[in-house]
Design a binder for this molecule. Structure first.
Ligand code: SF4
Ligand code: SF4
Length: 106
């Protein structure tokens, strides 16, 4: 298990974490970012820069967001392991756990 991006990132996506990742393994969906479970090297550099504390080591994800551990794995089922998020940009989709989150009022 590796690091996971949980619910607080949804509809925030300021991408501060992306700047810190030495292996470019934080991928962008429509409403959230996702950490690749096999490409992440567990360095922890992304965790302290997240302004909304969305990033957790998988075993430490609060119970209320436990589904996000699965979301960060399953998001990559079709994509495989591209070995680089920045070249792909916004993948314009989300895992169903993220897509089911209520859209904030504007
Ligand atoms: S720093 Fe936090 S809120 Fe910003 S994109 Fe990364 S996980 Fe999402
Ligand atoms: S723990 Fe390190 S390798 Fe994993 S997503 Fe964060 S910055 Fe990238």
């Amino acid at each position: 298990m590796t690091y996971v991006i949980a619910q607080p990132c949804v509809d925030v996506k300021d991408k501060a974490c992306i700047q810190e990742c030495p292996v470019d393994c934080i991928y962008e969906g429509d409403r959230s970012l996702y950490i690749h479970p096999f490409e992440c090297v567990d360095c922890g550099a992304c965790d302290p820069v997240c302004p909304v504390e969305a990033i957790y080591y998988a075993e430490d994800v609060p119970d209320e967001w436990a589904d996000y551990v699965r979301a960060n794995v399953e998001f990559f089922r079709e994509l495989g392991s591209p070995q680089g998020a920045s070249a792909l940009g916004n993948l314009h989709r989300d895992h169903p756990v993220v897509a089911a989150e209520p859209v904030p009022a504007r």
